[in-house]
Write a protein that binds this ligand. Structure first.
Ligand SMILES: [Zn+2]
Length: 106
C-alpha cells in the first residue's frame, strides 16, 4: 500500500503484546489448543505496532493525532489520495493529514 500521506508507527511493549494476546483470547473465548488461540509468548516475539496519523485543520489550525485504525476505517485509499475529515474543533474546517496540510499551505 502506497500512501500519499505520512503515518507514524509506534512499536508496543512486551507487556502490551502479552496483554493484547490475552485480551484477544478472552474476548473470543479461546483456550489453549483451540483453533485461532494466540499464544501470548509467541505473539510477543513479533514486531507489533500501532499506527497513528497527525492531522491538522486547514481552517483553524487545530491539531490532533488519530489512530490509524480509525483513519483507515473512514477512508478508502482506492478513491482518495488522503482523508479529509470534519475538524473536531471548528466543525467546518477540513481536517487533513499534517504533511498534506503543509503541502497545501506552501
Ligand atoms: Zn478547524
Amino acid at each position: 500500500m502506497d500512501l500519499k500521506f505520512k503515518t507514524t508507527k509506534k512499536t508496543i511493549s512486551y507487556e502490551e503484546k502479552i496483554n493484547r494476546a490475552k485480551d484477544y483470547n478472552d474476548f473470543n473465548n479461546l483456550k489453549k489448543g483451540d483453533i485461532g488461540y494466540i499464544e501470548p509468548a509467541e505473539f510477543a516475539k513479533q514486531d507489533v505496532y500501532d499506527e497513528y496519523v497527525d492531522f491538522k485543520c486547514l481552517d483553524c489550525g487545530y491539531e490532533e493525532t488519530i489512530e490509524g485504525d480509525i483513519v483507515f476505517e473512514l477512508f478508502d485509499e482506492e478513491f482518495d489520495d488522503y482523508p479529509i475529515f470534519d475538524c473536531p474543533k471548528c466543525n467546518v474546517g477540513r481536517f487533513v493529514p499534517k504533511d498534506i496540510f503543509e503541502k497545501i499551505k506552501k
